[in-house]
Design a protein around this ligand. Structure first.
Ligand SMILES: Nc1ncnc2c1ncn2[C@@H]1O[C@H](COP(=O)(O)OP(=O)(O)OP(=O)(O)O)[C@@H](O)[C@H]1O
Length: 259
């Protein structure tokens, strides 16, 4: 069940953001980091695949043309976490995650829903938040609850827009580990837009690098991430070093002109 994106074009009021974007098929079970400078269209790509923006071109999940999914089918198959944090309502976290699950998992019995919720809260390590009101949570806590709302539905395609932007180091690792496990266990695909290259490098199978003119690179971090790419993409002089555990890490030296 690969994700294929072919000749995708998206514009806001005639102003093109994605222009004839084609990606190599993304295999089931992959965690893919979507990286690139501000305003190149990372969020736009995720929103488009989610079905929130009109587009030209093709997006398929396996044999399924996503354009042809009904809203209910789309909601079942796709799990989108927007860049904005969940609303600070007076509902408690358990209620919002319960509603998210119930809205799409009509196939689950009451006890299965309960088990799914328990798994979502315990895997993310946020049991202590279950009966707290969102209006009384910090931004990072709400971001975790938002992620629980997505994960509890067990979608085939996760589209996570900067899911760790409000999180401290502990929770950043926790979230990426949870998403990693979700994709590995179920064969789901996750596209994660991020500005944290080192976090992306540590967990992702593939990098998808967007620039102002479109796709700059797609492939394994080891193949894709080079000093030349860092310079062309971000306008930085940087190095890729390997830590004592063998993971690649980007060390940034200074800002330079991109070319
Ligand atoms: N609703 C909108 N209406 C008009 N233009 C928009 C809208 N949303 C985004 N844009 C424009 O589309 C371009 C891509 O925006 P997008 O949010 O996809 O970028 P991004 O790569 O996710 O950026 P960032 O890293 O800053 O979050 C930007 O130039 C932005 O100004």
């Amino acid at each position: 069940m690969a994700l294929t994106v072919t000749d995708l074009s998206v514009a806001y009021r005639q102003r093109p953001v994605l222009n004839h974007l084609s990606l190599s098929p993304i295999a089931a079970g992959s965690l893919v980091a979507v990286i690139g400078p501000n305003a190149v269209g990372k969020s736009t790509l995720l929103k488009t695949i989610t079905g929130l923006l009109p587009y030209r071109g093709d997006v398929h999940l396996g044999e399924q043309d996503l354009r042809r999914l009904s809203p209910a089918e789309r909601f079942r198959a796709l799990g989108y976490l927007p860049q904005t944090l969940p609303q600070a309502t007076t509902l408690v976290a358990y209620e919002t995650v319960f509603s998210a699950c119930r809205a799409v998992r009509h196939d689950l019995s009451a006890s299965q829903v309960e088990a799914a919720l328990e798994t979502a809260f315990t895997t993310l390590g946020i049991e202590a938040l279950a009966f707290r009101k969102l209006s009384e949570m910090s931004g990072g806590q709400r971001q975790m609850v938002g992620l629980a709302q997505v994960l509890v539905r067990q979608p085939r395609l996760l589209l996570l827009d900067e899911p760790t932007s409000a999180l401290d180091l502990h929770w950043q690792l926790n979230v990426l580990e949870t998403v990693r496990k979700a994709t590995a266990d179920s064969g789901a695909i996750a596209l994660v837009a991020s500005h944290d290259i080192n976090l992306a490098l540590r967990f992702c199978d593939e990098l998808l690098v967007l620039g102002p003119a479109g796709l700059l690179a797609q492939g394994s971090p080891a193949d894709v991430l080079t000093p030349a790419l860092l310079r062309a993409t971000y306008g930085i002089e940087g190095r890729v070093e390997y830590c004592s555990r063998g993971s690649p890490m980007v060390l940034t030296d200074r800002a330079v002109s991109p070319h």
